[in-house]
Write a protein that binds this ligand. Structure first.
Ligand code: CO
Ligand code: CO
Length: 311
């Protein structure tokens, strides 16, 4: 694909970044992203909240603040009650408000397979962009949401998850990464991305590429307890196997147990993965405590072996 060169494109389609970035001036750049998907929960309002929170995550992962949003809707009014769509949109609108962004409009397509999401535009100072690469040896690796959401969603479809666990899962998926992003800005993070379909191992390996490795602290990795039990009973999403086939070679250590399924579990609206200089950890911790954001220090970046995730 031939794309005309434009020196104002700071982050383009190469490099697997979370969003594109376009320089408007020396002080200001636009950050743009789009994300939408099919329902992953039964309640349309919750689905709207989760899809919107997920779309905002890519803006937060770039170190940017969301400014405006547009709805993207696939819905067949002849096949479904229009109330379902209203609830989805209401869920999205509540998240847009919480993110202090403005809803400017949207577009809908008549489609029997329901889909919803947002295109989001944010702002960032061109020098404060946080990319997925840039972590340095000795940086701490922070994660801001528990893992196992893909396994739990699969378990819910099989009727294997308690109402209490399902409720917690929905709140985690619907939570914005805004406060984690604020702590990350305060601490001047070296790199960040959000954990979605490729799981922890996949998105973490995007942060490593050929420049650093990471030593995980397996006992510090947060996850839903129920997910490990479900994985042991074989309730795992197909994407988990795809991720393991693709990223398994990056993971070094005693893999194969049920716990390692968690590393490859595809996440929906997952947390941020953030690389913070160890000297700035206090600043991160203070900011996170002040704005009450949960986080776990799950590893440390290392110089060698590059591109590898050590358990
Ligand atoms: Co992303
Ligand atoms: Co995305």
């Amino acid at each position: 694909m031939e794309i005309p060169a434009d020196e104002n494109v700071i982050v383009g389609i190469e490099g697997f970044e979370d969003a594109g970035v376009y320089r408007i001036s020396d002080e200001l750049a636009l950050v743009q992203t789009v994300d939408f998907f099919t329902p992953i929960v039964d309640d349309p309002y919750d689905f709207g909240r989760i899809a919107a929170a997920n779309a905002f995550s890519d803006i937060y992962a770039m170190g940017a603040r969301p400014l405006t949003a547009m709805n993207i809707v696939c819905f067949a009014p002849k096949a479904y009650d229009i109330k379902i769509l209203k609830e989805i949109i209401r869920g999205g609108a509540d998240k847009i408000r919480e993110a202090r962004a403005s809803l400017l409009g949207g577009h809908s397509v008549d489609d029997k397979e329901i889909k919803y999401g947002l295109s989001v535009t944010g702002l960032v100072h061109p020098e404060k962009i946080v990319r997925n690469s840039g972590a340095r040896p000795h940086d701490r690796l922070i994660l801001t949401k528990p893992l196992g959401t893909g396994i739990l969603n699969t378990g819910i479809k099989g009727g294997m998850v308690s109402e209490a666990a399902a409720g917690r899962l929905i709140e985690v998926m619907a939570a914005l990464n805004d406060r984690a992003a604020e702590a990350m800005r305060v601490a001047g993070a070296h790199a960040a991305t959000d954990v979605t379909g490729f799981g922890l191992a996949g998105h973490l390996s995007e942060m490593l590429k050929d420049s650093v490795g990471v030593q995980l602290f397996p006992e510090k990795i947060p996850y839903f307890k129920e997910a490990v039990d479900l994985a042991a009973s074989g309730f795992v999403p197909a994407g988990l196997y795809r991720n393991r086939d693709f990223y398994g070679k990056c993971v070094v250590g005693k893999t194969g147990g049920v716990f390692t399924d968690i590393l490859f579990d595809p996440q929906t609206s997952g947390g941020l993965l953030i690389a913070v200089d160890q000297d700035n950890m206090k600043a991160f911790e203070d900011a996170a405590a002040q704005n009450k954001t949960a986080f776990w220090v799950i590893g440390e970046f290392i110089a060698e072996p590059k591109g590898k995730i050590l358990l």
